[in-house]
Design a binder for this molecule. Structure first.
Ligand SMILES: NC(=O)c1ccc[n+]([C@@H]2O[C@H](COP(=O)([O-])OP(=O)(O)OC[C@H]3O[C@@H](n4cnc5c(N)ncnc54)[C@H](O)[C@@H]3O)[C@@H](O)[C@H]2O)c1
Length: 425
């Protein structure tokens, strides 16, 4: 966001309290993978339109707050970073400047939580002295630079003038802005986008559990259901739905209902289904070993895919399904090896697994008893799977969490069993 705004001509100061992240950014080394970001960051640093600091000491015309808004284990939103950031902005805020909230927040937070902090710290009044809008971040990780310039920007303000000002700021960057007349509507739009997505994935995943009980391939069922049928496309199932946003946003959406005395049902059940898929995956692994009268203890298991998704590619492993799978594999006593085409190898090693990179994939497959494909990275289609699978111990398990490969083709290698999320053995 910061370098994209710099790239359309704004003079941008990026503020982050994490000194390691700051140091990396100032060396033009982003701490996450995003297509095109590194050269753009390098260019904007060199041009002097973008710089980064750990404190906000000077006034600006526009302030954008995009700090993290995690939830507790019970799904309750934690707004500490938001409070600190609002205090920081409030201390330098002047008349006729605009504050934009970009973090995903519980409905009502901009008006009831952030605005009072800004007013207290600045001594000014929102709407009268300064402008404030909520304009959610809706880009997908891995394609953020592209989507910042193509997705419509949702804008809800404390008043018309705030919205008009925000539209003018965003017009240089994005082709469309959608004004929703009010802070709360814009906050809700963001929560709707991710919560609907999570619930629809839950439908597909529950379908996979039902299909599995019937020995049916849910991927084929979904493809047939969608084929030429113009209503309600059903998403494909998966080994679970992870990622920093999907793991929390449905709970923040639920908090909007609870704040007004309504107890939402669907997003809670959706989360339950999407998080229990990992037990289904672990069950497939232990079932494979018990069917062959083998103990999983000491067996070598290679997990492919630590980033929470493969497409579009990201290095982000936060809240990925694989992180939930690791303790289950370790509980079985398995010796876990890990590979990811985009995630940082040291980050994977820090999880207590043996790591391989794309140059040493053979080592990961060599004498493995099971290989589990846990995200849908497109590069898996380009590896020489047959040569690699031939290195496995027999019987060997190839678990294809995204049904990227053909059961028929894989099982041409004698002694290798192909297992997906659902389907006949
Ligand atoms: N990651 C995404 O692609 C994405 C997409 C849509 C929406 N969002 C939303 O955007 C928000 C941020 O997400 P993220 O993934 O970038 O989170 P993050 O935790 O990776 O990044 C937040 C950054 O804010 C910094 N920070 C914390 N307190 C600060 C303060 N007081 N002042 C300055 N910096 C501070 C942290 O050091 C961190 O680097 C969340 O609300 C998230 O839901 C993220």
């Amino acid at each position: 966001m910061a370098v994209s705004l710099a790239n359309v001509g704004y003079k941008v100061l990026g503020v982050d309290t994490n000194l390691n992240i700051l140091a990396a950014i100032n060396e033009a080394k982003p701490h996450f993978h995003e297509v095109g970001l590194e050269p753009l960051l390098r260019y904007e640093l060199a041009e002097g339109r973008f710089r980064a600091a750990n404190e906000l000491r000077e006034a600006a015309d526009v302030y954008i707050i995009a700090v993290g808004t995690p939830v507790t284990d019970k799904g309750e939103p934690i707004l500490d970073s938001l409070r600190h950031a609002a205090e920081m902005v409030g201390r330098v805020l002047k008349r006729n400047e605009i504050v934009m909230i970009r973090s995903t927040v519980p409905v009502g937070s901009t008006r009831e939580f952030i605005l009072p902090i800004l007013e207290r710290e600045s001594g000014l009044s929102g709407g009268r002295d300064f402008q404030i809008v909520f304009a959610p971040e809706r880009t997908i990780e891995g394609r953020a630079l592209q989507e910042l310039r193509t997705l419509p920007q949702i804008i809800g303000g404390i008043d018309d003038y705030s919205e008009e000002m925000a539209v003018r700021v965003f017009n240089r960057l994005a082709p469309n802005t959608v004004r929703v007349n009010g802070l709360e509507a814009a906050e809700m739009v963001k929560l709707v986008n991710n919560s609907f997505r999570d619930v629809s994935f839950a439908f597909a995943n529950e379908l996979a559990l039902i299909c599995d009980a019937w020995g049916l391939d849910a991927f084929k069922v979904v493809e047939a259901a969608n084929s030429g049928y113009p209503r309600n496309p059903v998403p494909l199932p998966s080994p679970g739905v992870g990622g920093i946003c999907m793991a929390k946003d449905p709970f923040i959406y639920v908090s909007a209902g609870r704040a007004k005395g309504y107890e939402p049902i669907l997003p809670i059940y959706g989360r339950q289904i999407n998080t229990c898929m990992v037990d289904h995956v672990a069950g497939k692994v232990s079932d494979f070993f018990s069917r062959h009268h083998l103990s999983p203890a000491g067996r070598k298991v290679l997990v492919m895919g630590f980033a929470f998704k493969g497409e579009p590619e990201t290095s982000d492993i936060r809240k990925s399904v694989t992180l939930d799978l690791l303790p289950l594999l370790k509980q079985m006593g398995a010796e876990v090896w890990g590979y990811d085409p985009a995630a940082n190898v040291e980050e994977i090693a820090a999880l207590g697994v043996n790591t391989v990179d794309r140059y040493s994939l053979e080592t990961g497959f060599q004498n493995a008893d099971a290989v589990l494909v846990m995200n849908n990275h497109s590069s898996y289609n380009r590896i020489d799977l047959f040569q690699l699978l031939s290195r496995l111990n027999r019987p060997g398990l190839f678990f294809d969490g995204w049904h990227m490969f053909s059961k028929h083709e894989v099982e041409r290698i004698q002694g290798i069993e192909y297992i997906g999320i659902s389907g006949a053995l």
